[in-house]
Ligand binder design. Structure first.
Ligand code: DX5
Ligand code: ZN
Length: 216
């Protein structure tokens, strides 16, 4: 499986988004993770499609948009038009899951479903034929900088055993150590917010994450 690192812009300097994106691009980031929160599905509010569109204009790396919103179906076109490449939404949301996946694909993006820590991985199984990625949350969604939940690893192991080809993404508390645990369980796409942006050398950190994920 291809190993991909997706720095989460939630931990970046919002006053200097262009410079922060360039930093990731030059450091070899495979995707850019963009956390969209609506203050309803999760307690926090972050950015929406207009900000992503502005970021798209100054960055050539694929955008991995993580929708933590209650009604994603309503906004898929907006995020696709803004330049999303992969759109992840939550199986716990209130939109029709099947229609939302179809909409993402019809808009020319790759579809991905995510499970919160309390949700069984089997919840995504009915949709696997149309998903290019599954995101297993390793924190409760809503905030950056939380501690990694190692007890989510059995979900990744099961999903990898049942679906050898799908991209499995992990998000929350991923750093140079926890990335090894996730990779060993079968994950191959790693979101890292604090680990990259709080590092004194983000490029070296991205390389280290890649190496550590590859050496398990
Ligand atoms: C949390 C977000 C994450 C967050 C990760 O709800 O989905 O993408 O930015 O941040 P770190 O890597 O700092 O845990
Ligand atoms: Zn995220």
């Amino acid at each position: 499986m291809d190993i991909k690192i997706s720095p989460s812009m939630l931990a970046s300097d919002f006053a200097n988004l262009e410079a922060e994106l360039k930093k990731c691009e030059n450091a070899g980031a495979d995707m850019i993770h963009l956390d969209v929160m609506d203050g309803h599905f999760v307690p926090n509010i972050t950015i929406g499609a207009p900000v992503i569109k502005a970021m798209r204009a100054v960055c050539g790396v694929p955008f991995d948009v993580h929708l933590m919103i209650s009604d994603p179906l309503k906004y898929i076109e907006d995020f696709a038009d803004a330049g999303a490449d992969v759109i992840t939404f939550h199986v716990e949301c209130s939109s029709d899951i099947s229609k939302t996946i179809d909409k993402i694909i019809a808009c020319g993006c790759k579809a991905s479903l995510s499970v919160k820590p309390g949700t069984d991985i089997e919840a995504v199984y009915p949709y696997m034929d149309r998903l290019s990625m599954v995101l297993v949350m390793t924190v409760e969604p809503g905030f950056g900088g939380q501690s990694f939940m190692a007890d989510m690893m059995p979900k990744i192991e099961k999903l990898r055993a049942d679906y050898p080809e799908v991209d499995i993404q992990v998000d929350g508390g991923v750093n140079a150590e926890t990335v090894k645990v996730c990779a060993k369980a079968g994950a191959n796409v790693f979101v890292a917010g604090s680990a990259v942006f709080k590092s004194s050398d983000p490029a070296a950190t991205i390389q280290l994450l890649k190496e550590n994920a590859g050496n398990v």
